[in-house]
Ligand binder design. Sequence first.
Ligand SMILES: Nc1nc2c(c(=O)[nH]1)N[C@H]1C(S)=C(S)[C@@H](COP(=O)(O)OP(=O)(O)OC[C@H]3O[C@@H](n4cnc5c(=O)[nH]c(N)nc54)[C@H](O)[C@@H]3O)O[C@H]1N2
Ligand SMILES: Nc1nc2c(c(=O)[nH]1)N[C@H]1C(S)=C(S)[C@@H](COP(=O)(O)OP(=O)(O)OC[C@H]3O[C@@H](n4cnc5c(=O)[nH]c(N)nc54)[C@H](O)[C@@H]3O)O[C@H]1N2
Ligand SMILES: [Mo]
Length: 728
Amino acid sequence: MNYFKNIGGFRSILYTIKIGRDVGFIKMFRTLVSKNTCKTCALGMGGQNGGMSNEQGHWPEICKKSIQAMSADMQKPIPLEFFKTYSIDELKNFSSRDLEKSGRLTFPLLLNTNSNYYKPISWKEAYDRIEKKLINTNPDRSFFYFSGRSSNEAGFLLQLFARVFGTNHVNNCSYYCHQASGVGLNTSLGTGTATVDLEDLDYCDLFFVIGANPSSNHPRLLTKLKNIRKRGGKVIVINPVVEKGLVEFSIPSDLKSLIFGSKIASEYIQIKPGGDLALFSGLAKYIIMKGSINSDFIDNSTEGFDIFKKSIQKLSWKEIENSSGINREEIEMIGDYYVKSNNTIFSWCMGITHHPHGTATVQQIVNLALLRGMVGKKYAGLLPIRGHSNVQGIGSMGVVPKLKKEIFDRLLKLGVPLPKTKGYDTLACIKSAEKNEMDFSFCLGGNLYGSNPDSNLTSKSLSNIDTIVYVSTSLNTGHIWGTGKNTIILPVLTRDEEYQSTTQESMFNFIRLSNGGIKRHNNLRSEVEVIGEIGSRVLGEEDLFNWNQLKNHESIRSLISNIIPGFESIREIGKTKKEFHIPGRILHSTVFPTDTGKAKFFYQDIPKSKNLKNNQFQLISVRSEGQFNTVVYEDEDLYRGQNQRNVILMNKNDIQSLNLCEDENVVIKNEVGRLDNILVKPFDVKEGAVLMYYPEVNSLISQRVDPLSQTPGFKSMIVSITKSFSSS
Ligand SMILES: Nc1nc2c(c(=O)[nH]1)N[C@H]1C(S)=C(S)[C@@H](COP(=O)(O)OP(=O)(O)OC[C@H]3O[C@@H](n4cnc5c(=O)[nH]c(N)nc54)[C@H](O)[C@@H]3O)O[C@H]1N2
Ligand SMILES: Nc1nc2c(c(=O)[nH]1)N[C@H]1C(S)=C(S)[C@@H](COP(=O)(O)OP(=O)(O)OC[C@H]3O[C@@H](n4cnc5c(=O)[nH]c(N)nc54)[C@H](O)[C@@H]3O)O[C@H]1N2
Ligand SMILES: [Mo]
C-alpha cells in the first residue's frame, strides 16, 4: 500500500516536519499549543483549551493549514533594502507566493503618486498623514473594508469609529463569501448563522456536503465525517468536481485512518455547476410526492407551505434533470436516504453562494430541511461552513452597512451620532471608486483587490482613491495592484502576538478567547492600538468615546457587552476565561426568531439553462490545497495532483471534443478579460464545466451579483477556450 497516495495523512505529517525544520521545532510546538484560536478556517480550534483542541475540548486536532498560516507569520521581517531594490513595476512581476514569502511587514510604508517605490516611514508620519487626510475627507466619500482574521475587539472598534466619523460604508469579505447564506437563513429562519453546534455532528445520521471541499479547506471537519460513516450514518457529497479527499481521506490524528484511509462520501452526486437549486427542487418534489413530509412540524412551526407545494408540484422532471444534470432515479435515491434519516444536517460552502441564485439556493436548502422538520431540534439543522477564522464574529460586531435594529437603537441611546446615509456593500464601494466618488479607504486585513471580481477594473477603480490605508501582516497583491494615489501600509501583530487577549467567533456561534503573547518582531502595533490612535486624533478628546482608553481590550469588551445582543458574557471573558455559545443562535426548539415565531418557506424559480457554443464552458474558480484565499503558499495543489497554477482542469470528453490534448496551451476568454498560456489538464469534473484557480482567474470574473446578497458569481462565469497560436 502506498500510504503517501492518501489525501491528508502522512503527507500532512511530512509537511509539519518540514516546517518544523524551517522555523525550529520548539518554536513551532509552542505556537501550536498556545492558547490562541487557529488562524485559518472558522471551525474554531484552539482557545482556552490550548491550540490543537476543538470547542468540545477534543485533542489533538491539527491540520496542515494552521501550520502553513503559523509558519508564514513566523517569517523573518522584510529587510529595509527590499523596498529600495524593487520598484512597484518590478513588484508587479512578483507572484502572490513571492510577495508572501518576502517576509513579515515590520515598518509602515508609503507610496505616493509621484513615486515608483514604497518608502518606509515612521508610525508618527503614518498617523499624521491619516489624521490630516481624514479630517479633510467627506465621510460619505470614505469606506472601511474588513477581512475575517481580525478580532472581535478590532472589528467592533473600527466599525464604531467609521460610524462616529460619519459613514455607513462599512463591510467585510462576507460579501464575497457567505452573504447569501446570511440573507437566505435570515429570511427563512430569522437568524443568519448555523443552527447546529459541533456536538450535533456527533449524533446526526445523514450529512450533506454541498458545494464545499472541506478536505482542503476545513480539514478538521473530515474527522466528523469519518465518524458519521463509522457509526453507520451517510455522507452525501454534491459537487461538479470529484474532490479526491471527499471520496477517501486519511486523518493524521487517527492511526487507523492514517494508515488505511477513511471512506467519506456514501454517495457522490456530480452536479452541473449552479444546478443545486434544481436538484433541491427535485428532492422537495419527490418528498412531497411520496408524502414523506413532517406535517405536524409544517402545520405548527412554519408558514408559506401551500404556495411552496403548489409551485414545486408544477415543476417538470425534465426541467429539473436538465438544470441539475442529475437524472430522476438518482434524485429519488438521495430522497430515499433523506426520508430514512432521523437527524439530517445540511452543510454548504462557496459552491452554493458564488452564483447569481446563491441566496435562492440557500432558501431552497432550508425548505428541504423544513419539509422533514430537520431544523429546530437537536442533532439536525443547517450549517454554512464559514471561511475566515473570525468572519462570523466580524459580522456580529456590526461590520455591515446596515446595523441590526437592536444595535442601532442601543448606539443611539448611548448618544452616538449615527450617519443616516445608505451604506454600501463591498462591490458598491469599488463601483463608487470607479466613478471617482471615494477619497479614502481603510482596509483592516484582507486583500480587497485580490478577492474582487474583474481585477483590471478593480485596479483602475482603486487607483482613483486619494488615500488607501492597508493594515496588514504581510505583502499581498493588493499592495501592488490595488494602490491609490497615496497608499499607506501599517504593519500589525497577528492574533497570537497580541499584547492583550482577543476573542473570535466560530461557525458554531462559539466565542473563544486567544491569549496572544508571543513576541516575534519589534515595531508592530496591535490592530486596536492603531484604530484607537486614529480615533483619538481624528475625533479628539471631546468625543463621546475616550479613544485612547478604548485601546484597552477590556474596555472594548465592556462596550460590546452593552451594545451587541447575546454578547453579555464577553465583558468578563478576560478574567473568567469562560468561552461561550451566543444564546439564541443554535436552534434546538421549534420557535424561530422570525416576526411570527415560525420558519418560512420561500419558493424560488430554477434559473434558465444557458445555451453554450461548443467551445464555451462554465468556469468554476476554486482554491487549491496550497493557498489561503489570495495568499498562495505553494504552487502545488497536492490533492488535485497539480504542480502549477496556470492550468484549466477539464473533463476528458470536453478535451477531446475541442480537439485538444493534455498540456496544450490555450487562451481562456470572455467579455471581461482573457488569460493566456493556460495548460489543459484532464480531471474528473462534470462535462461542460471547467476549473481554474482563484485569485488569478479574477480577471475573467464579471461584477454581476446575486441581487439578494450582492455576492459575485465567482463560480458561474462562461468562458471560451481556444488554442494558443504559439502551440499550433
Ligand atoms: N486551505 C484553505 N482553506 C480555506 C481557504 C483557503 O483559501 N484555503 N479559504 C477559507 C474561506 S474564506 C472560505 S469561504 C472557505 C471556502 O471553502 P470552499 O467553499 O470549500 O472552497 P472553494 O474552493 O471555493 O470551492 C468549493 C467547492 O465547491 C464546488 N463547486 C463549485 N461550483 C459548484 C456548484 O455550482 N455546486 C456545487 N454543489 N458545488 C460547486 C467546487 O468544485 C469546490 O469543490 O474555505 C476557508 N478555508
Ligand atoms: N474568483 C474567486 N474570488 C474569490 C473567491 C473565490 O472562490 N473565487 N473567494 C472569495 C472569498 S470566500 C473570500 S473570503 C475573499 C477573501 O478575501 P480577503 O479576506 O480580503 O483576502 P485574504 O486573501 O484572506 O487576505 C489575506 C491578507 O490578510 C492579511 N492578514 C493576514 N492575517 C492578518 C491579521 O491577523 N491581521 C491583519 N490586519 N491582516 C492580516 C495579510 O496581509 C494577507 O495578505 O475572496 C473572495 N474572492
Ligand atoms: Mo470566504
